[in-house]
Design a protein around this ligand. Structure first.
Ligand SMILES: NC(=O)c1ccc[n+]([C@@H]2O[C@H](COP(=O)([O-])OP(=O)(O)OC[C@H]3O[C@@H](n4cnc5c(N)ncnc54)[C@H](OP(=O)(O)O)[C@@H]3O)[C@@H](O)[C@H]2O)c1
Length: 353
């Protein structure tokens, strides 16, 4: 039997795929669940994704509760975990800052303290915007001295979800240094579905884009030909998370997991449209104009587009050489992102509903 792992966010999209690969590789998993009564359904979902659901066990807990809401006996069980994977987060556009901080920032701090106290390695899942230094500077984050950052200002500019993910990253790094804990950070791009089956959950940002395209709500391409939405396939990410967590060379390290071969936004919409058998948009709409339109009352509901989501569409390119070298060393091939996009569109689109 391989070492036991603890996973937060186990019922989420990435979480389920991570559970599938961990249990398929013989790791018993303690899943921190707000609703532990959903364990039987989660076991079935993990089986369906190729894992072994019987290796899953539930710990009742809530990231927003003091002491993570764990009972004394469950807290003792957390000490069995060689690795704590922290994926749990509340994701929503227009998330109130208090709620975002309670779950995503203070929850992450509590998980870091739990991992350090148990001598477990912490695998923290952040987000790829942490590698966009221009964007971080624009938001007002002092990456050299994060403690000097005016976080209230950052939240005003970024919104609750993104601000809390950024704050959590810097806070967890600081706490793990103070506690001399072992930390590895993985920063994924926006998630594409499973590379072969296209499996994706409806609340995922890409699923929203596909739905808009399928229903004819996307009449123009946001941005310019240089704009793109970096993606990564969920199964590839889950494999890298598992392997990164047990690689001694990555203690104190980071992986930026995004696929450089993701087409620009126009190409991405074309691949999705082809699979949905709809016409792709051809005209461009500058992001500034789209932002302005979305300020009009009712426009976000009408267009099913949130201004916060536009931050992730950008012209920035990223250095993924460390991740490419890691994937090559581990023998994990990069999936064909174009084929994965089409599979995801078929899974999410009207025919897949
Ligand atoms: N999806 C993306 O495109 C993307 C890209 C970059 C980074 N990420 C990061 O990757 C991680 C996982 O993302 P995902 O897309 O898999 O998320 P998801 O599908 O939205 O799932 C979120 C998970 O967090 C749990 N959770 C929420 N609030 C909680 C609380 N108060 N206490 C305990 N658990 C709570 C949810 O549990 P319930 O079942 O109880 O709701 C669920 O398991 C997140 O940290 C996210 O920020 C995601």
């Amino acid at each position: 039997m391989n070492p036991t792992c603890l996973v937060t966010g186990a019922s989420g999209f990435i979480g389920r795929h991570l559970l599938a690969t961990l249990t398929a590789h013989g790791h018993p998993v303690l899943a921190l669940l707000r609703r532990p009564e959903t364990l039987p359904a989660l076991r079935e979902q993990v089986d369906a994704l190729g894992g072994h659901g019987e290796l899953l066990h539930a710990l009742a807990g809530d990231l927003a509760s003091s002491g993570l809401g764990l009972s004394d006996s469950d807290r003792r069980r957390t000490g069995q975990a060689a690795v704590v994977f922290h994926l749990g987060a509340q994701f929503a556009w227009r998330l109130p800052v208090d709620r975002a901080r309670a779950v995503n920032v203070h929850g992450a701090r509590q998980i870091a303290e739990l991992a350090a106290a148990s001598g477990s390695r912490l695998l923290m899942v952040g987000g790829f915007m942490l590698h966009n230094s221009t964007h971080l500077r624009r938001l007002g984050i002092d990456t050299e001295h994060p403690a000097r950052t005016d976080w209230a200002g950052v939240y005003r500019r970024s919104g609750g979800y993104e601000g809390s993910k950024l704050e959590a990253h810097f806070l967890v790094n600081r706490r793990m240094r103070e506690l001399a804990g072992a930390l590895t950070c993985v920063h994924p791009a926006t998630l594409c579905g499973h590379s072969r089956t296209g499996h994706m959950l409806p609340a995922q940002p890409l699923a929203g884009l596909i739905d808009n395209l399928a229903r004819g709500r996307l009449r123009a391409i946001p941005g310019t030909p240089a704009h793109w939405l970096p993606l990564v396939c969920v199964d590839f990410l889950a494999e890298l998370l598992r392997l990164a967590a047990f690689d001694p060379a990555l203690v104190g390290g980071e992986l930026l997991v995004l696929d450089d071969a993701t087409p620009n936004l126009a190409g991405l919409l074309e691949r999705l449209a082809r699979a949905l058998a709809v016409a792709p948009p051809r005209r461009y709409l500058p992001l500034g104009v789209l932002h302005a339109i979305l300020q009009v009352p009712g426009a976000t509901q009408l267009l099913r587009t949130e201004p916060e989501s536009l931050h992730f569409i950008q012209t920035q390119r990223f250095d993924t050489s460390v991740t490419r070298a890691f994937a090559a060393r581990q023998g994990v091939p990069w999936p064909d992102i174009g084929a994965a996009l089409e599979a995801t569109a078929r899974f999410v689109g009207p025919a897949g509903r």
